[in-house]
Design a protein around this ligand. Structure first.
Ligand code: NDP
Ligand code: GDR
Length: 357
C-alpha cells in the first residue's frame, strides 16, 4: 500500500530534500506551506507536477501557530508518517522574536502531538520532531551524544527544548510512536541565505566574479559540525522506519570553525584569503580598505553564543546504519559552485535583457 507522509516546513531546505526523497520512494507526500504574498515554493517547484495528472505531491495552507489548520490537515491526510520540520529556525532572529519563536517552534510541536492524540491517529501515525544540536548550547561535553545534558543558549534553543521533551512525554504518556532527531548543522546549495555557510558561499561567489567587495561576518571562532542536508533527510526517514521509537543524534563527527569555512570557500575560487587578524586580509590591509575581503560587524554577534558543537553519531550508525557521506570539502565546493552558477545565469539573463552592469 502507498504510504502517506505529511511534512510541515515543506518549503524549507530540509522539507524540499525530504519531499524529494519520499516521492522517490513511492510515498504520497503532503506538505503544509504558509500563505505568503509572494511565491514561497521556489525550493519545491520542481516537484509540483500538475495535480491534474496524478501527482503524488500535495500542498495545504497552514501555520504552526494555528491549531485548527493543523488538526484539519491531519484529519484530511491521515498520514502514516509526520515530519515536523516547520520552525522559525534562525537562532539570531529568535532573540528578536522570542515569543513568536516559542509559539511556532515549541507549541507548534505540541499542536501536532495533540492532533494525533485527539484524532486517534496514535495507532497508525509515526511522528518525527526536528530537534537540534542547539539543545546542547553551552558546552557540557565534547562530542555530544543522546546522553549529553542540554543547556540551550537562545530563545530558539529553549523553544526546541520544550518540543524535544513534549515529544518524549507523549511517547511515554500515550504510547505514541514519536521520535526526536537531534540534528547537527546541515547545509546545501538551497540553505537559507542568512545562515553563515550560505552567506559565505554566496559572497565568495560574488567576490570571485567581481560583483562584491567584501563580506561582513560575526563570530569567526564558532565551531560547528557541518554536514549535507541530503544525507540528513535520509537519516530522518530511517529514524521513523526503526522498530521502536527512539531519539537519535545525526552528525558527521567532524568540526570546523566559521573561519575555516571561509578559507575552504575562497580556496574553491582561487581568490587568496589569509588571516592576520580580524578585519584584516592576508596582505595586512586594514578593515574598510579596498583590499580587505572579510570584516567583522558586531551586529552579527549573539547575546549568548554557542561556541562549539560536535556530534557523536555512533547510535545512528549502529542502529540505523546511517552515516553522513558528504565530506566537508565536497559540501563547500558544491555550495560555492552552485552560487557561482546562479550568479552567472543571472548575469547572462541581465545581458539578454540589455541591462548593462
Ligand atoms: P528552514 O528555515 O529552511 O525552513 C523552515 C520551514 O518552516 C520553512 O518551510 C518555513 O516556511 C516553515 N515555517 C516557519 N515558521 C512557520 C510557521 N509558523 N508555520 C508554518 N511553517 C513555518 O529550516 P531547515 O529546513 O534548515 O530546518 C528544518 C527544521 O530542522 C527546522 O525545524 C530547524 O529548526 C531544524 N533544524 C535544522 C538544522 C539545520 O542545520 N538545517 C539542524 C537542526 C534542526 P517559509 O518557507 O514560508 O519560511
Ligand atoms: P546556527 O547557524 O546558529 O548554528 O543554527 P548559523 O549558520 O546561523 O550560525 C553558525 C555560527 O556562525 C556564526 N556566525 C554567523 N552566523 C550568521 N547567521 N551570520 C553571520 O554573519 C555570522 N558570523 C558568524 C554564528 O554566531 C554561529 O556561531 C543553525 C540553524 O539551522 C538552526 O535552525 C539549527 O537548529 C542549528 O543550525 C543546528
Amino acid at each position: 500500500m502507498t504510504k502517506r507522509a505529511l511534512i510541515t516546513g515543506v518549503t524549507g531546505q530540509d522539507g524540499a530534500y525530504l519531499a524529494e526523497l519520499l516521492l522517490s520512494k513511492g510515498y504520497e507526500v503532503h506538505g503544509i506551506k504558509r500563505r505568503s504574498s509572494s511565491f514561497n515554493t521556489g525550493r519545491i517547484d520542481h516537484l509540483q507536477i500538475d495535480p491534474h495528472s496524478g501527482s503524488q505531491f500535495h500542498l495545504h495552507h497552514g501555520d504552526m501557530t494555528d491549531s485548527t489548520a493543523i488538526i484539519s490537515t491531519l484529519q484530511q491526510v491521515q498520514p502514516d508518517e509526520i515530519y515536523n520540520l516547520a520552525a522559525q529556525s534562525h537562532v539570531k532572529v529568535s532573540f528578536e522574536m522570542p515569543e513568536y519563536t516559542a509559539n511556532s517552534d515549541a507549541l507548534g510541536a505540541l499542536r501536532i502531538l495533540e492532533g494525533i492524540r485527539l484524532l486517534g491517529l496514535g495507532e497508525t501515525s509515526r511522528f518525527y520532531q526536528a530537534s537540534t544540536s542547539e539543545l546542547y548550547g553551552k558546552v557540557q561535553e565534547v562530542p555530544q551524544s543522546e546522553t549529553t545534558p542540554f543547556y540551550p543558549r537562545s530563545p530558539y534553543g529553549v523553544a526546541k527544548l520544550y518540543a524535544y521533551w513534549i515529544t518524549v512525554n507523549y511517547r511515554e504518556a500515550y504510547g505514541l510512536y514519536a521520535c526526536n532527531g537531534i540534528l547537527f548543522n546541515h547545509e546545501s546549495p538551497i540553505r537559507g541565505e542568512t545562515f553563515v555557510t550560505r552567506k559565505i558561499t554566496r559572497a565568495v561567489a560574488a567576490i570571485s566574479l567581481g560583483l562584491q567587495d567584501r563580506l561582513y561576518l560575526g563570530n569567526l571562532d564558532a565551531q560547528r559540525d557541518w554536514g549535507h542536508a541530503r544525507d540528513y533527510v535520509e537519516g530522518m526517514w530511517r529514524i521513523l522506519q526503526h522498530d521502536t521509537p527512539e531519539d537519535f543524534v545525526l552528525a558527521t563527527g567532524e568540526m570546523h570553525s566559521v573561519r575555516e569555512f571561509c578559507e575552504q570557500a575562497f580556496a574553491e575560487t582561487g581568490v587568496e584569503l589569509d588571516w592576520r587578524g580580524e578585519g584584516v586580509d592576508e596582505k595586512g590591509y586594514e578593515a574598510g580598505t579596498d583590499r580587505c575581503l572579510i570584516e567583522i560587524d558586531p551586529v552579527y554577534f549573539r547575546p549568548t553564543e554557542v561556541d562549539q558543537l560536535l556530534g557523536n553519531p555512533a547510535k545512528a550508525r549502529e542502529k540505523l546504519g546511517w552515516t553522513a557521506t558528504t565530506p566537508f570539502a565536497t559540501l563547500v565546493a558544491e555550495m560555492v559552485a552552485e552560487d557561482r552558477r546562479l550568479l552567472e545565469t543571472e548575469r547572462l539573463a541581465r545581458r539578454a535583457y540589455g541591462i548593462v552592469e
